[in-house]
Design a protein around this ligand. Structure first.
Ligand code: NAP
Length: 335
């Protein structure tokens, strides 16, 4: 039976590079591209099938910042994969909240600070967030809650104690405890929604492992490093990155977080593909890294979190889910 891998945000950047690398490893794979833009998804599908004709590639439309869309896509996925076992769900999609450089930023010429700043974006950016049609913070819904609901809807496909399945979250080095609060987990009041949402995915991954590993579902977190994609081109235009490139190549001898290409950025994801999920530490984040000479490797790093907070956050998400489902039910009853 073919292995099935579902990737959100597969139309560009790291998600697309992951699909290509996974097919290069196993061209019998069944890839499911979960994308919000079907024109892009179909173009990617045609491209992947042209280079890997023995693979099976399906597409499904989903906008993870719209819960109706997530429910509709889940229904479609349950029909498609009724008899197949979904092995991997890679939660990768994210909108681009990183709009501009902080205007008041003053550069401090300490190599350590510059390396840290460029590899985590900490202190470099202002971020924008807004309320979605579901009444949730957009960055939180896109990066965390939309994917959480997708997982909850597909739970029956993923949880089989006889054959383990995987859930992988594309997190970031930018996930910081100081930017997250259990009382304001949607980050309505703060100015770092991206960092908060990535810390939330780290917590959620730990809680999901604790609650579902007995049922054969294992969750892991990766960081792709700093990769030039639409996300980073939203911070600085491509020509600025090109101008900065000699400096970045030099930095790469000191900080291996500058993976730069989507291919390099998927190193940790592809590495995870080859590991037995039971052997992984749920409290570890797996970071893609590239040396100054261009060699890729994976750095395991203990996450700065505790299991108690992770469980409390998970319970808060379950509460929010209950509330959302009741609202959806009420509006269905009325229509
Ligand atoms: N690039 C980096 O340096 C970096 C560093 C750390 C972590 N990451 C993480 O890596 C992941 C991939 O980012 P990337 O750099 O590859 O960015 P990207 O090239 O902008 O790709 C983002 C993908 O998400 C999709 N997407 C956006 N909003 C969506 C929505 N509401 N519903 C469904 N799909 C949606 C996009 O689809 P469209 O094609 O329709 O826009 C696109 O396929 C993200 O989780 C990001 O936070 C990236």
């Amino acid at each position: 039976m073919r292995k099935v891998v579902l990737v959100t945000g597969a139309s560009s950047g790291i998600g697309l590079a992951l699909c290509k690398r996974l097919l290069a490893e196993d061209d019998e794979l069944h890839l499911c591209l979960a994308c919000r833009n079907m024109c892009k998804a179909e173009a990617v599908r045609a491209d992947l099938l042209a280079s890997h004709p023995t693979a099976e590639v399906t597409t499904v439309q989903v906008d993870v910042s719209n819960l109706q869309s997530v429910f509709r896509a889940s229904k479609e996925l349950k029909q498609i994969f009724e008899r197949l076992r979904l092995l991997w769900l890679v939660s990768n999609a994210q909108d681009n909240p990183l709009k501009k450089l902080k205007k008041s930023h003053t550069f401090v010429f300490s190599l350590r600070k510059v390396l840290h700043m460029f590899s985590t974006a900490e202190g470099l950016l202002t971020q924008e967030d807004k309320i979605t049609g579901d009444g949730l913070q957009e960055v939180f819904e896109t990066n965390v809650f939309g994917h959480f609901i997708l997982f909850r809807e597909l739970e029956s496909l993923l949880c089989h104690s006889d054959h383990p399945s995987r859930l992988i979250w594309t997190s970031s080095r930018n996930a910081r405890k100081s930017n997250f609060s259990l009382e304001d987990f949607q980050h309505c009041k703060g100015h770092e929604p991206y960092s908060s949402s990535k810390y939330a995915t780290d917590l959620l991954s730990v809680a999901l492992n604790r609650n579902f590993s007995q049922q054969g579902l294992y969750s892991s977190v990766v960081c792709p490093g700093t990769v030039l994609t639409n996300l980073t081109y939203g911070i600085l235009p491509p020509f600025t990155w090109t101008l900065l490139m000699p400096f970045i190549w030099l930095l790469r001898f000191f900080a291996h977080a500058f993976t730069l290409t989507p291919y390099n950025g998927t190193e940790a994801l592809v590495w995870l593909f080859h590991q037995k999920p039971e052997s992984l530490n749920p409290l570890t984040k797996y970071m893609s890294a590239t040396t100054g000479f261009g060699n890729n490797y994976v750095i395991p790093q203990k996450m700065d979190l505790d299991e108690d907070t992770a469980e409390k956050f998970y319970q808060s998400l379950l509460e929010l889910e209950k509330h959302i489902r009741a609202t959806v039910q009420k509006s269905d009853d009325q229509s």
